[in-house]
Design a protein around this ligand. Structure first.
Ligand code: 8YV
Length: 308
């Protein structure tokens, strides 16, 4: 995608290094630009728009989420913001399932065990975990594009799937998935998986109170945003044995990761890589570039983020 852009005569590309730029590098690089393609690592706020200057027309976020972008400031500066919905649902749902299986079947614990010097005496109770395919209940919080892709995989695994979604009515059935209240979902699910955006209304949606509503011995998966979960409360729930495990791809305050999460064998962590499929990354990059080219050529953005 980058080479194609560079080949165009009407576009001059200023690409950073592999590593995300420091804040000052970012602000210096955006000065005088017409368009910026950014990732979740970059905070796009008033200071960014001031540094860019009046020529900036479009900011394309290479992510479906856009909690890194101050949309009000963008609107104030007349800058169009776009994201990459629809192209990463499969990869994110695959990763969600990888975490579900990793925690329920204790894959990482098994790998660590074999890498340790402990003698291996096989026993029938060794590393036993939940059989998801024996009718376990999966509760999907947020039945959007990614939530529905997770539901399809869960159905193929023989799980019973329910969902809670504040934009849908309780009792509605979407793609064969029954919508229930969050309270009922937490009380009935063996595995709860989160697929909501980070908004003021979803910050710490999973907290001491809602964790206590989860089934004893159940599991939590978070491939949404770290801020949706109160991590201290999650650690307490794991330590008390109320939750049996958790699979976490996103952390509050990334790139910092609470070392207490990493210290617990029942918690499997990945570094925000749920959408890191090769073809998916290409599609995300291409959609961001296509959004930029559309806007610079005076056409509507393909996937603008909703107004504030
Ligand atoms: C990205 C994500 O990898 O799309 C999102 O919202 O969280 C991930 O798919 C990440 O945001 C990179 O910008």
């Amino acid at each position: 995608v980058q080479r194609e852009l560079e080949a165009r005569e009407d576009v001059t590309v200023d690409v950073g290094q592999e590593a995300p730029p420091s804040r000052s590098e970012l602000l210096a690089r955006v000065a005088g630009k017409d368009a910026a393609i950014v990732t979740l690592t970059e905070r796009i706020d008033e200071e960014f728009f001031q540094a860019a200057g009046p020529g900036l027309t479009v900011v394309a976020n290479v992510a479906v989420g856009f909690d890194n972008i101050d949309r009000q400031a963008a609107e104030h500066h007349g800058v169009i913001v776009t994201n990459t919905p629809g192209v990463l649902d499969g990869a994110t749902a695959d990763h969600t399932f990888a975490l579900i299986l990793a925690v329920t079947r204790r894959i990482v614990e098994g790998d660590r065990f074999l890498h340790s010097d402990q003698p291996w005496i096989w026993g029938p109770r060794m590393l036993v975990g939940l059989d998801v395919s024996a009718g376990a209940v999966l509760g999907i919080v947020g039945l959007g594009r990614i939530g529905r892709a997770v539901a399809a995989r869960a159905a193929a695994f023989g799980m019973r799937v329910i969902a809670a979604d504040s934009t849908l009515s309780v009792g509605q059935v979407v793609d064969g998935v029954e919508v229930v209240s969050l309270e009922d979902l937490l009380a009935s699910s063996d595995v709860v998986t989160l697929h909501v955006p980070l908004l003021p209304s979803t910050r710490h949606l999973i907290n001491r109170r809602t964790l206590a509503q989860m089934r004893p011995g159940s599991y939590l998966i978070n491939c949404a945003r770290g801020g949706v979960v109160d991590e201290e409360a999650l650690i307490e729930a794991i330590d008390s044995g109320h939750l049996r495990g958790a699979g976490i791809d996103t952390f509050d305050g990334e790139p910092r990761v609470n070392p207490e999460l990493l210290a617990r064998p029942a918690i499997v962590c990945t570094p925000h890589t749920a959408s890191a499929g090769e073809a998916t990354r290409d599609r995300m990059g291409r959609l961001a570039v296509d959004n930029v080219l559309a806007v610079l050529n005076g056409r509507p953005a393909l996937t603008p983020v909703p107004a504030v």
